[in-house]
Design a protein around this ligand. Structure first.
Ligand SMILES: *Cc1c(COP(=O)(O)O)cnc(C)c1O
Length: 394
């Protein structure tokens, strides 16, 4: 790079390469399915969040095409000026019914849903209690709010309660925020405990259920439904970009709160809405789940089978309680070596190491999908067994 003012860019890139933290991003040459084409080769896809196989589902494709014919390709403006179409409102109404909440508002992504919501809930002088392993978009939303952020140890509600007690006399609003499902380990928040503490200590409760949407609860209604906490968690963030197969995010909660978000949420006010095709595909996904829990049951059946067999082979799958399957390997370079060997054998699965997870806790993160057949999973198990033995991991 020639500009001296940008010299830091080369330096930072060199440092990333030297510390093996540079991420070489793979390019898919096919649609997002159980198998994908990368570099001209068909490989088994164990990386995506396409839990239910909806990303390339015929009904979603058809719905998107119909919406293009009816509404065109672009929303034309931000939602608050001229970008709200009937298809957006229909999606929000049906999503609210599916989630069993009063109302929802749809944004461009789950990331944006957090950025839109947290600064509306709290501001300067207020306090946020945030699980230390919360997603980056929660962390950024918290920072944007200018409230004081107090991280609590992962899932440690006893520690959280001590913090709440110590702050009992402090003025201002208080928010407890947590991921529903934690994406690196697949463990689940103790949401009944969060609801109880929020009620007892007068806090707002908020869960970001990105990896629980379409996965947990009846027909994939999410973690609030899973724990039967309807009405006891104030704000639910969801994504349409994972199990629901398309892209988008939403906030679910009481009607006045959703109303206020439409007045104050900055990504809602200052960034254009979902395209009609996306809104229609998302709506079709919601309808599909509302009509049948078949895909959700298949996802869990696949997850139970794969995780059970992996443990039988001697692999350590950590503390997962969901289809997210960490396969513990140890050091980051070993995980990368494992991932490369998997790829050579026809399996696309990511190695995740420090700093995303602690040192010594590097892993292959296997994402199970309803789109996988039993034969796909058996193929994967055989490859994992062989490489695991070769590398002395099992
Ligand atoms: C993936 C994820 C998001 C981001 O969702 P997008 O719709 O992809 O922006 C937000 N929060 C959590 C907890 C996530 O896992």
């Amino acid at each position: 790079m020639s500009r001296r003012a940008l010299a830091f860019v080369d330096e930072e890139l060199r440092e990333l390469h030297e510390t093996s933290l540079y991420n070489d991003i793979r390019t898919l040459e096919s649609e997002q399915g159980a198998w994908v084409v990368i570099g001209g080769r068909r490989v088994l896809n164990m990386c995506s969040n396409n839990y239910l196989g909806l990303a390339a589902h015929g009904r979603l494709k058809e719905a998107a095409k119909r919406a293009i014919d009816e509404y065109g390709v672009g929303p034309g403006a931000v939602r608050s000026i001229a970008g709200t179409m009937t298809i957006h409102e229909q999606l929000e109404r049906e999503l609210a019914r599916f989630k069993k909440t009063e109302a929802t508002v749809v944004l461009q992504s789950g990331f944006n849903a957090n950025l839109a919501t947290i600064p509306v809930l709290v501001g300067r002088g207020d306090i946020i209690y945030s699980d230390e392993l919360n997603h980056a978009s929660i962390i950024d939303g918290c920072r944007l709010s200018r409230a004081e952020i107090k991280p609590y140890p992962h899932l440690d509600l006893a520690a959280l309660e001590e913090m709440l007690k110590a702050d009992a006399g402090v003025e201002g609003r208080k928010l407890i925020v947590t991921d529903g499902v934690f994406s690196m380990d697949g463990d689940i928040a103790d949401l009944p405990g969060v609801a109880r503490l929020a009620e007892e200590y007068g806090c707002i409760s908020m869960v970001d259920d990105a990896h629980g949407e379409g996965v947990l609860g009846s027909s994939g209604r999410g973690i609030v439904d899973h724990f039967d906490l309807h009405g006891r968690i104030d704000v639910e963030i969801g994504t349409l970009s994972k199990a629901l197969g398309c892209v988008g995010g939403f906030v679910a909660g009481p009607t006045p709160l959703i109303d206020l978000l439409k007045q104050r949420g900055r990504p809602f006010l200052f960034s254009s809405s979902l395209t009609p095709a996306e809104a229609a595909a998302n709506l079709e996904a919601v309808r599909l789940l509302e009509a049948s829990d078949k895909l959700v049951l298949e996802l869990w059946e696949n997850a139970r089978y794969f995780q059970g067999e992996m443990r039988r082979l001697g692999f350590d799958t950590g503390r997962t309680e969901t289809p997210i399957t960490p396969v513990m390997v140890g050091e980051a370079d070993r995980a990368r070596e494992f991932s490369r060997a998997l790829f050579a054998a026809g399996i696309f699965a990511m190695a995740i190491g420090f700093p995303t997870v602690p040192r010594g806790k590097a892993r292959i993160r296997v994402m199970i999908s309803a789109a996988h057949t039993r034969a796909d999973l058996d193929f994967a198990l055989e490859v994992f067994r062989r490489i695991g033995r070769d590398m002395g991991i099992i």
